[in-house]
Design a protein around this ligand. Structure first.
Ligand code: FES
Ligand code: FES
Length: 216
């Protein structure tokens, strides 16, 4: 990151704010508070250069420090796969994966991610070569309007890695046992991603199919 001491301080506060229990509510509450603090401190700030690696490609972003990662992706870099729903950390439509962890891109400033690796829906698969989750969403009818779908798929992609790594959730009965991917586990772990079309049963089915190694 170039210049701007306030920006660097806010980045530090952001990193320190990441909760160890990864609870969705705690994550969003803390991120929202840090974000608000950042926005007020940066009220008179200037453009800043930020290096981002997005879907394996390097980008130099020159944007106002108040630019969210979501707006940087959509408005500055032309990657419109990531969707803006509420813009307040409540719907999950803007979910992307940063350094392997899923986050709401509307709740974080782009300048906080200098040097980070970002994966968006465009990086998970292509029209000719869909990712396993993308194929499963199609096969199981896991969407209607499709607006929430990029966020659902990014979230589910990272969520399956969390399970592989043995991270328990709020509904895991035994913290030491291997995690059984029940419907309750999937629902809890995907609770940050809302679907206004209520395609939930099919979304759960799609995720379960991929988690169990099923082909679609
Ligand atoms: S647009 Fe980010 S959570 Fe709704
Ligand atoms: S498919 Fe329409 S909001 Fe989820």
């Amino acid at each position: 990151m170039i210049g701007c001491g306030a920006g660097a301080a806010i980045c530090e506060a952001y990193r320190a704010s990441i909760p160890s229990d990864n609870s969705h509510q705690a994550r969003n509450t803390i991120a929202a508070g840090t974000f608000a603090l950042g926005m007020s401190k940066l009220a008179r700030s200037a453009p800043m250069q930020t290096k981002l690696t997005i879907n394996g490609k390097s980008h130099n972003l020159n944007a106002d420090t108040r630019t969210t990662l979501l707006d940087a992706l959509r408005n500055h870099l032309g990657m419109t796969g990531t969707k803006k729903g509420c813009d307040h950390g409540q719907c999950g439509a803007c979910t992307v994966i940063v350094n392997g962890r899923r986050i709401n891109s509307c709740l974080t400033l782009a300048c906080m991610h200098d040097g980070n690796e970002v994966t968006t829906i465009e990086g998970l698969g292509t029209v000719d070569d869909l990712s396993p989750l993308q194929r499963a969403f199609v096969a199981h009818d896991g969407f209607q309007c499709g607006y929430c779908t990029p966020g659902q798929i990014c979230s589910a992609t990272a969520m399956l890695e969390e399970i592989k790594a043995g991270w328990p959730s709020h509904v895991s009965a035994d913290l030491n046992a291997e995690i059984a991917l029940s419907d309750a586990e999937i629902a809890e772990r995907m609770s940050g991603n809302l679907c206004r079309c209520a395609a939930y049963p099919n979304i759960v089915e799609a995720i379960r199919t991929v988690a169990q190694g099923g082909r679609t």
